[in-house]
Structure formats: C-alpha cells, structure tokens
Design a protein around this ligand. Structure first.
Ligand code: ATP
Ligand code: MG
Length: 307
C-alpha cells in the first residue's frame, strides 16, 4: 500500500504540490492524470525516492519511504519512462535482466527469465534476445522496457508517460498489453499520463491533478458521472472529441433493448454519460424504445471511439 500523507513540495518559493493525501491499494492500476506541469512526475518519483517531499511523508506498506533501504527499495520496483531508457550497448536479454544480475542471479537463469519475459510482452524471444536496442522499433523497445520492469517480479511498477511517444495504434496495443499483464500479475501499477482517454482506459482508479492539487480521485465511472469540479468535467470532455451518434451506439454490441418502460428519454450520447447509474447500468429510452448498457461497456465503447 502506498500512502501520501499531507505531502507538499516546493522549489524555493515555488510551491508545486500542496496537501496531497492519497492511498493506493495493493494490486491497483492507479492512473495519475493532469496537464503538463501539474506535478505528476514529482509525485511519482517520491515513491522511488528520486524526489524527496519538502512536507509530509510517504509510506510504503506502513513504513516511511525514507526509512526503507534505498537499494532494496529500487531493486523491487519497476520504473518505465516515456522514451526507451535501455542501455544501448547491452543486448535486449541483458537489459531485461540487469536487476537480476545485481541481485546475484546466475547467467543461465537470467537467460531463461529473459526469454519468458519477452514472450510475455508478445515478442519472439529467440529472435530478439541477442539484439541491441537500436535494432528494435520504438514500440518494441517500450515492450522490452516493460519486460525489464517486471523482471524482478516487483510488487510495484511506476510508469511515467510510458506510451506517450508511440503512434496511436502502437499505443493502443501497449495499453492492452499492460491491462493483460496487470490482470495476470496483480502487481500494483502507478501510471502517469496527461491523456484523460488513456486514464479512462487503464485506470482502476484515477487521480486528477491540476496545479499541484488533487482535484478528484475516483473510478472512471465516478469521474465520468460525477466530476468534482468544472476542470475535471472539461478535462474529461476533451478526452472524447467525438462521442458518435445514437445510431452508432445502438448498433454496437454493448447496448441491449429492455422491456422497462420508465427509462429516461435521451436524444444524444452526451446525455447518457450523465445518467445516474442503476446497479451498474445506464438505462435510457430513445425514439420510443428502451435500452440499457453497463457503465463499464459504455466507457469501453467511448474508449474505442478514439481509435
Ligand atoms: N528540479 C526542479 N526544480 C524546480 N522546479 C521543478 C523541478 N522539477 C519540477 N519542477 C516544476 O514543478 C512543476 C511540476 O513538474 P512535474 O514534472 O511534476 O510536472 P508533470 O505533471 O509531470 O508535467 P509533464 O506532463 O509536462 O511531464 C513544474 O512547474 C516544474 O517546472
Ligand atoms: Mg511529467
């Protein structure tokens, strides 16, 4: 469990984070989203102690981060940045297992582990293990970076804009990969992005940060349905430039006709987004017919529109 308790950060007179209180549970995929300069990276780097808060304390499993052994702390944490941070002169295999080497794992075992990890991130292991980073595409390098972050089976992986430099198709693939790996491993992931669409796709919960303040922490559907303030509402709107037409939504496999008579009538997809959720469903009437869609399917549908 990660707990930020009354965290503040200032560089000289420049206050960049104020009174941050946030708890991230084990196994969560938590997304920190906000515009450029809002303080996301600063908050993230407090977890692996690349940044020390100027106020308050951060706790990992009930113990202050600053009381943990720094080497052990970092050895048991994955960290994936925006651009590939692979060592250019090391093979893909050696890049992946560098932390294992530090931890004293023998060569044959490291190779076996690198092969497994490459397969897990969807790469042909034998083909790539001996290559150098520059012989891989940007998307492949990011996959290797994820494999490296998972190598020591960390309880926690930190990701800072890890997919932001990729084109939309690759980015979508990496998001799917992360969701799959997270489901399999139940590792805690803290993922930083400035892209609300990405946050909605990935997050079990999302923290929206602006100017060093956490504006809202909630599930994607809470943020969709009850934005805490105008900023969150506008930021969310910017994530879905196109909501599509009612005809498209009704043609999707997610919407089901129902026999219920008392649903609220709507004319546009926007109006469905703000309907109250009833036992996990959004229920509405359109042109005399009644329909329902689960909130998670609705979010999934909106996410797909961005492609
Ligand atoms: N070492 C530093 N010294 C002084 N100011 C800093 C330092 N690091 C960050 N800042 C300032 O703190 C604020 C928050 O920076 P941070 O990198 O956390 O933002 P961010 O949300 O990650 O932005 P981006 O989306 O652009 O990566 C910015 O205004 C930045 O200029
Ligand atoms: Mg940043």
């Amino acid at each position: 469990m990660i707990e930020y308790r009354d965290i503040g950060m200032a560089y000289g007179d420049n206050v960049i984070l104020e009174k941050i209180n946030l708890t991230i549970a084990d196994g969560e995929l938590f997304v920190l989203v906000g515009p450029s300069g809002s303080g996301k990276t600063t908050l993230l780097r407090m977890i692996n102690r690349l940044t020390e808060p100027s106020q308050g304390d951060l706790y990992l499993d009930g113990k202050r981060v600053k009381d943990h052994d720094l080497r052990q702390l970092r050895l048991h944490m994955g960290y994936v940045l925006q651009t590939s941070s692979l060592f250019p002169n090391l093979t893909i295999g050696d890049n992946i297992t560098i932390q294992l080497e530090e931890a004293g794992v023998k060569k044959a075992e490291r190779r076996k582990r690198a092969l497994e990890l490459l397969e897990q991130v969807g790469m042909e292991a034998e083909k790539y293990i001996s290559r150098l980073p520059h012989e891989l595409s940007g998307g492949q390098q990011q996959r290797v970076a994820i494999a490296r972050a998972m190598a020591s089976q960390p309880k926690l992986i930190l990701m800072d804009e890890s997919f932001s430099a990729l084109d939309p198709v690759l980015r979508r693939q990496q998001q799917e990969l992360l969701l799959k790996l997270h489901q399999q491993s139940k590792t805690t992931v803290v993922f930083v992005t400035h892209d609300m669409q990405e946050a909605l796709r990935l997050g079990d919960r999302i923290g929206v940060i602006k100017d060093g303040h956490l504006r809202q922490v909630g599930t994607p559907s809470e943020i969709l349905q009850k934005p805490a303030d105008q900023f969150v509402a506008d930021f969310f709107k910017s994530a879905r430039p196109r909501l599509g037409t009612m005809a498209e939504l009704l043609a999707s496999p997610y919407t089901k006709k129902t026999k219920e008579k008392n649903s609220q009538s709507v004319n546009k997809v926007e109006e469905i987004a703000v309907l109250p959720e009833i036992a996990g469903y959004l229920k509405f009437a359109y042109q005399g017919e009644n329909y329902q869609i689960t909130t998670s399917d609705f979010l999934h549908y909106l996410g797909k529109l961005g492609d």
